[in-house]
Structures are given as structure tokens and as C-alpha cells.
Design a protein around this ligand. Structure first.
Ligand code: TXA
Ligand code: MG
Length: 328
């Protein structure tokens, strides 16, 4: 890493078209939104999404916000209750993210959702952001465009300071007007819970809800570990997860990486290799669906062969450690 030339694109129709094309091809493109600059990737493309974590040096896989240019596109991804519908029409486009049940047929990579069955969606109001998303023709996963642990960028120069050489392009647009991230409101089971304060205030929300939403502070520090179980809907396999398995017990389901073959592998119930060629990006893209499949095998233990501790391997191991942690 730094391994590529970061193109500077103008915030004009030619720049939007170039950004859209790069995103469709699986590239990483930073662009302004009204809250902060985002680092976008095609949310359907697991490897592109894995690239976000790699570029940010993010040590763990958080679920990402999925951005669309219009409400009707967000409605294709999530199930909107009448209340969600009302809130969306009141605050979108704008600095509000809604956490809703994911539609079963929504084509979003498991990695972007960190394996959850809910989805965070947002329609930004920045015209630049919307033009780029529209030009891509894809839902766009976008966290803030900074290195993990750094502060969120509100101008293009902040992004370049952190990510020059690590991303394919940046659209050199306006300064972010709001400067802090969007408010995240969960409406699962129609109970309004504030997961992150932001551009839209609690009082704004109370006007529509008729009450102030419960607050559940989700640690937003990207380097701080998320207590297991805090995100209640976090994907947790039923099977017990056993890490660094060099020997397999009969009947276990096995998660492999690269060329390493644990002893006794032939007695496994099922095994899946995240990346036979040992590519961590490919492995990250495959992780959550592989866990799901291994869990569905009915095995009581998922044995995970050793995974490298560098690059994206750190995030993979972190997520697996979370899956292995005792739950309440
Ligand atoms: O203003 C913003 O929202 C910016 C711009 C770029 O749009 N984006 C942003 O994304 O702040 P990010 O990835 O830094 O924050 C995503 C937050 C995380 O705290 C994550 O845990 C939460 O959204 N989140 C995403 N999906 C979720 C879900 N299904 N349930 C609960 N929380 C979720
Ligand atoms: Mg951030």
C-alpha cells in the first residue's frame, strides 16, 4: 500500500461519469457528501467493499452505510414500515441514516452488511454525491474517507492526506456542509433507537415520532472494540467457533484460507476455502457467506484454520474472534 495513482476528478459531469465508471468497475472513489467525505465502493461487489477496509486500514469489519441517489432505490434494498416511510420523506435527501430490515432480494455484499439481516441506508443531499451515485448505477457503500482512527474528512485535502495512493480517485468537490456524520436511527421492529447522533437532531426526530427516540450509543471510534452483542442483530453463528485450528475433529465444519490443510480435514462435515490462492481481499469478500453456509451444515463447531495477521487479515481475524466470543 500506497500502490496506485489517485486520480483527481472535477465535480462536473465528466468527473461524475468517470467516477461512476470507476465505481462500476470495482474501484474506490472518495467524494463529498453534506456530512463528511465518503470513500465509496459498489455495495454489490464484495471485493470492492473489502478494498474499503484495506485502504482505511480498518482493523475490523463494521457494517457500512449504503447510499442511494433516490428514495425509491433505498426502498428496493430495505423494508420500509409506514413510520420509516414518513421519516424518510421528511428528512431525505439529508444527513439521516435509517437502519431497517434488509429485503431478502437486495443484492448487497454480505461484507458491506457485516453479515447482518438489517441494512443502514441513506440518501445524501449533496448534489455532487447524488450525481456520482446516479452515474455509477449502483448502491454505494461509503464510510468516512479517512484512515482508521483519524478524524473524518470535511474537505478533499483531508482525504488526500490520508488516502493518496490507496484509492483510485477523489472527486474534488465542495467542503462538507454539516461536518459530522449522519444521525443513525434504527427502526427495527418499529422501535426508534438513536444509534449515533448527527446532522439531524433528536428534537427534529421527536417532532415526527411524537417521542424522543431511545439512545443507544454505538462506539463510533473505529479502533475501539465493539462489545460483542452490543449490536444485538450482529450475525452470530449457532455453531461454536474455534480459531487457529491445526487439527480437525470429526464432523466439524471448517473454514480454510490459502494452501494450509489442517490434519484430519477429510473427516470434516463441510469445508470452505475463503481464498485458495491466499488473497485476503477475496477472503474478506467471502467471509460472511462462508460462515453462514458452514453454520447451515448443522455442525456444532466451526473450526477456523490459521489466517494471516497482516493487512486485511487483521480485520478477518477480529471478526472471527467476535464470532467466537461468548454471547449473552
Ligand atoms: O455521514 C455519514 O453517515 C458518512 C457519509 C460518508 O455518508 N458515512 C459514515 O459511515 O459515517 P461509517 O461507515 O463511518 O458509519 C457507519 C455506521 C457504523 O457505526 C455502523 O456500525 C453503523 O453505521 N451501521 C451500519 N449498518 C448498521 C446496521 N445494520 N445496524 C446498526 N448499525 C449499523
Ligand atoms: Mg468514520
Amino acid at each position: 500500500m500506497p500502490d496506485r495513482v489517485t486520480r483527481r476528478l472535477a465535480a462536473d459531469p465528466a468527473g461524475f461519469a468517470a467516477a461512476g465508471k470507476l465505481l462500476r468497475e470495482g474501484g474506490l472513489v472518495a467524494f463529498p457528501t453534506e456530512t463528511v467525505y465518503g470513500l465509496g465502493a459498489d455495495a454489490r461487489n464484495g471485493e470492492a467493499v473489502a478494498g474499503i477496509y484495506e485502504a482505511k486500514g480498518r482493523p475490523r469489519f463494521n457494517p457500512l452505510i449504503i447510499h442511494t441517489a433516490h428514495i425509491d432505490e433505498a426502498e428496493k434494498l430495505a423494508v420500509f414500515s409506514p413510520l420509516a416511510e414518513q421519516i424518510a420523506h421528511k428528512f431525505w435527501p439529508g444527513p439521516l441514516t435509517l437502519v431497517l430490515p434488509k429485503r431478502a432480494n437486495a443484492l448487497i455484499s454480505d461484507l458491506a452488511l457485516a453479515g447482518l439481516s438489517s441494512i443502514a441506508v441513506r440518501v445524501p443531499s449533496s448534489q455532487t454525491a447524488r450525481s456520482i451515485i446516479e452515474a455509477s448505477g449502483r448502491p454505494i457503500a461509503a464510510p468516512s474517507a479517512n484512515r482508521s482512527g483519524h478524524v473524518s474528512p470535511s474537505i478533499a485535502e483531508h482525504v488526500l492526506d490520508d488516502l493518496e495512493g490507496r484509492i483510485d480517485a477523489i472527486v474534488m468537490g465542495e467542503a462538507a456542509e454539516v461536518g459530522v456524520e449522519s444521525t443513525i436511527l434504527s427502526l427495527l421492529d418499529d422501535r426508534a433507537v438513536l444509534l449515533r447522533p448527527g446532522g439531524v437532531t433528536r428534537t427534529d426526530l421527536a417532532v415526527i415520532l411524537g417521542y424522543e427516540p431511545d439512545v443507544m450509543h454505538e462506539p463510533d471510534d473505529e479502533s475501539a472494540p465493539l462489545a460483542p452483542g452490543l449490536l444485538k442483530s450482529h450475525y452470530a453463528p449457532h455453531a461454536r467457533v474455534r480459531l487457529n485450528a491445526e487439527t480437525i475433529e470429526e464432523g466439524e465444519a471448517v473454514l480454510l484460507f490459502g494452501a494450509f490443510r489442517p490434519k484430519g480435514l477429510e473427516t470434516a462435515k463441510l469445508s470452505i476455502n475463503l481464498s485458495p490462492r491466499g488473497d485476503l481481499k477475496e477472503a474478506a469478500a467471502a467471509l460472511f457467506s462462508a460462515l453462514r453456509m458452514l453454520d447451515q451444515s448443522g455442525a456444532s463447531v466451526i473450526a477456523v484454520a490459521p489466517i494471516p495477521n497482516f493487512g486485511l487479515g487483521e480485520a478477518l481475524r477480529d471478526r472471527l474472534e467476535r464470532a467466537a466470543a461468548p454471547r449473552n
